[in-house]
Design a protein around this ligand. Structure first.
Ligand code: HEC
Length: 113
């Protein structure tokens, strides 16, 4: 009886959580970052470095900060000749995935001891 209940609950869970399909996906974010962001914000395994000091380090930055910044490039609250163009084509899901990916990395944004 108890077992049946657990199985039923597991089967029902995805139906009860339709937002899960929208949840940020770190692996998808990584693939998108490698394809679209690595040229400036560095490459796989090396996200703490950038190709040029003018390109901010994204590894370890807060997820909300990254997502908010990308939305600001889209709505014009923040403007930059390069990033406004880069952000323009991103969907809400892209922003969530990319932000989750960069936030998941260990960053060196904090002062080292
Ligand atoms: C052609 C180089 C280039 C590419 C490619 C690029 N960026 Fe940027 N990015 C920049 C530059 C330059 C800035 C600094 C812009 C500014 O001062 O507002 C920046 C800033 C940012 C910031 C703000 C960081 C902060 O600390 O405020 C985020 C977030 C960001 N980029 C994410 C991305 C993502 C995600 C991608 C891939 C979809 C991407 N960038 C692709 C050059 C690039």
């Amino acid at each position: 009886m108890k077992k049946t209940f657990v199985i039923a609950a597991l089967l029902a869970a995805p139906a009860l959580a339709p937002w899960s399909a929208q949840a940020a996906d770190i692996a998808a974010g990584k693939a998108k970052a490698e394809a679209q962001c690595a040229a400036c914000h560095a490459v796989e395994g090396n996200w703490n470095k950038t190709m040029d000091p003018a390109y901010p380090k994204l590894a370890g930055q807060h997820k909300d900060y990254l997502a908010n910044t990308l939305k600001q490039y889209q709505n014009g609250a923040r403007n930059n000749a390069i990033m406004t163009g880069m952000a323009a084509g991103l969907s809400k899901k892209d922003i969530a995935d990319l932000s989750a990916f960069f936030a998941s990395l260990e960053g060196d944004l904090y002062l080292k001891k």
